[in-house]
Design a protein around this ligand. Sequence first.
Ligand SMILES: Nc1nc2c(c(=O)[nH]1)N[C@H]1C(S)=C(S)[C@@H](COP(=O)(O)O)O[C@H]1N2
Ligand SMILES: [Mo]
Length: 317
Amino acid sequence: MSYRYHHPKSSEITPESIYQQRRQWLQSAAVLGAAWALKIPAAQAAGLGARIRAPHPQTYRLNEPWTPYEDVTGYNNYYEFGLDKGDPKAQAGQLVTDPWSVRIGGLCHRPGQYALEDLVSPYALEDRVYRFRCVEAWSMVIPWLGFPLADLIKRAQPAASARYISLTTLQRPEQMPGQRSIDLHWPYREGLRLDEAMHPLSFIALGLYGRPLLAQNGAPLRLVVPWKYGFKSIKSIVAIDFLEQMPISTWARMAPSEYGFYANVNPHVDHPRWSQARERRLPNGLFSPHWQPTLMFNGYAQEVAELYRGMDLRRYF
Ligand SMILES: Nc1nc2c(c(=O)[nH]1)N[C@H]1C(S)=C(S)[C@@H](COP(=O)(O)O)O[C@H]1N2
Ligand SMILES: [Mo]
């Protein structure tokens, strides 16, 4: 991990945040986070209990300034908690994320209901810095902590007939006020083609900035697909299903002409109501927002363009 671009304030790394975790895997995440912030070598951190993977390719490091923790955790889209960017931070604290379990089902050989700890315990966590581009034309750079979605899929052993996965968010209106007041087709659902889901960039995040995810960012686990618009990166996942047919995602159902299934970041294909050619990189400057050009596949074309060879990306937007 490169430390050149962001140094978390030492006040962000309190002993409480490191030691008061309830679960072994969360402890691992926190130790890794501490190691990262305090520049303890990976091997030494491993001795402390964190399991850390081999050094990351440059793709996962990204030489761009990280978006400050306050913006990553304070400027959010999570409609289960309201429409405004500040609502998730204000409202999501009431979400109970322990205990948590994830149902794996559909066309696979190892379906089941997995307690979160059991689901994630086989995996060593890695940190990866990704660009994140919302369809509303703002973007961030976020250091995530998690593991590749492909690892989880391999363990589920999809059937030969499986061509897609769908992912579903928790439905719990008592703790999610948006589910009582906002007319969306709940629960929130998203999907990927199986080869997209198996791509090494597709990631399940359990933390960011070396700490467990806060509820506003999708605790306790969420998807991150960095070459697609942010709405694909579904939060607080409770189910993953393997399917033969393309699933209908929440936003595609709400407004099919605006939100396609693929939702690949593409500066040449505009949203019907606004341009996708550029983006506002958070944080905003004191007097001016940081506008910059949007990159094809959000800058990951070298890694993912092959997935879409021969496809008309205007039609399959
Ligand atoms: N369940 C659920 N997942 C969701 C959303 C949502 O409203 N509900 N919003 C999406 C959108 S539009 C974006 S841009 C990202 C925002 O992620 P962040 O708040 O962690 O930056 O979450 C995505 N995942
Ligand atoms: Mo978004």
